[in-house]
Design a protein around this ligand. Structure first.
Ligand SMILES: [Zn+2]
Length: 302
C-alpha cells in the first residue's frame, strides 16, 4: 500500500468511526407548567427558568414543552411558567388539558381533553406550529380500536405525534429530591444525583440496542423529560453526558423526519410505551432485561 492511499484509508476509517459514534437526539419536556413535588423554598417559575437557562447556555435547538393547560391552575405562577417558555423562544405542544389517561376515558372524552388545550396553545404560540401531540403516560390506547380512533382524530386535526424513544423515567427522582431537600440531606441528594446519571446511561444504551434490533441503526432519538425540580438541577450534567457519548442535539421536527417514525406499531398496549418499545412488540422481539431503582427512590429520605 503506498503512503497516499494509506493516509486516505486512515481518514476514511476515522470518518466512518466518527459517523458510527454520532447520534442525533431531540430533547422534549412534558407536563408544563407544573410537574412533581415542589421542594421547599422553590417556585415553579424558578424550575422553568433554570431549565430555560440551561437550554440557552447549551445552545440547544428549539425545545418543545408539552402543556396541560388545566393542571396546576391553582398555582399562581403557572401562567408565568408558560409565558417564560415562550419568552425564551421555546415552542409548546399539546399534552391534553388535564393529563387524562386515554385508557380511562372514552374516545370522545379524549378528543375533548386534547381540543380543550387548543385555545391556550393558540394564544401562546400564535402562528407558530403547536400541532404536536404527546400522549399522557405514553398510553396510546389499550385496544386497537381505541388507538386507531385517537390517531385518526389527531391526524384529521393536523397533529403530528411527538414520539419518544429515549426514556429513563426521569420524573422518578423529583419526589425523593423534594423530601431530601426538606431534610437537608446532602448525602442522599448526592446518591440521587449518581443514580439519575447512571440510569440515564443504562437506558441510553438500552434504547440504542432497541433501535439496532428494529432498524439496524441509530434512529434519530427523542428524549422524554419532565419539568421537575431535580430534572432542572440535573439537566446540565445530563446534556454533558449525552454529548460525551457523541450525541448531537436536534429539533423535534428534525428528529421526527426520520423515516422510522412513519412506522405505526399499530398495537393495542395497556402499558403504553415509546415508539421503539411498541415496534419491538409489533415485531415479536424481546426487550433485554432492565430495571430501575424504584424501591430505593421510594424509600429515600423518608
Ligand atoms: Zn405527562
Amino acid at each position: 500500500m503506498n503512503k497516499l492511499s494509506g493516509c486516505a484509508l486512515l481518514v476514511l476509517l476515522a470518518f466512518s468511526a466518527g459517523r458510527a459514534r454520532s447520534q442525533e437526539m431531540a430533547v422534549t419536556f412534558d407536563d408544563l407548567p407544573s410537574h412533581g413535588a415542589l421542594p421547599a423554598g422553590m417556585t415553579r417559575l424558578e424550575i422553568a427558568h433554570s431549565i430555560l437557562e440551561t437550554l440557552h447556555r447549551e445552545q440547544l435547538p428549539p425545545t418543545y414543552g408539552f402543556i396541560n393547560g388545566g393542571r396546576g391552575r391553582e398555582a399562581k405562577d403557572s401562567p408565568a411558567v408558560l409565558a417564560a417558555w415562550r419568552a425564551a423562544g421555546q415552542p409548546l405542544g399539546n399534552h391534553t388539558w388535564m393529563h387524562q389517561d386515554i385508557d380511562l376515558e372514552s374516545t370522545a372524552q379524549f378528543e375533548a381533553d386534547v381540543s380543550g388545550n387548543e385555545p391556550l396553545l393558540g394564544q401562546l404560540m400564535g402562528h407558530e406550529d403547536w400541532h404536536w401531540f404527546r400522549y399522557p403516560y405514553l398510553h396510546e390506547g389499550a385496544t386497537l380500536e381505541k388507538r386507531r380512533a385517537a390517531r385518526a382524530w389527531l391526524s384529521a386535526h393536523g397533529y403530528r405525534i411527538a414520539e419518544t424513544n429515549m426514556d429513563f423515567e426521569d420524573y422518578l427522582w423529583n419526589e425523593p429530591y423534594a423530601r431530601c431537600v426538606a431534610k437537608h440531606d446532602e448525602a442522599s441528594i448526592q446518591k440521587l444525583h449518581d443514580s439519575y446519571l447512571a440510569v440515564a446511561g443504562q437506558y441510553y444504551t438500552l434504547f440504542r440496542e432497541l433501535s439496532h434490533m428494529v432498524y439496524g441503526r441509530d434512529v434519530k432519538y427523542v428524549l422524554l423529560m419532565h419539568i421537575g425540580a431535580f430534572d432542572a438541577r440535573m439537566l446540565p450534567e445530563l446534556l454533558a453526558f449525552y454529548r460525551s457519548r457523541g450525541v448531537k442535539f436536534i429539533s423535534l421536527p428534525d428528529a421526527i423526519a426520520d423515516p422510522a417514525y412513519r412506522d405505526d406499531p399499530d398495537v393495542g398496549e395497556p402499558s403504553g410505551g415509546t415508539h421503539l418499545e411498541l415496534m419491538v412488540e409489533k415485531k415479536h422481539l424481546t426487550i433485554p432485561d432492565n430495571t430501575k431503582p424504584y424501591k430505593e427512590l421510594e424509600a429515600m429520605c423518608r
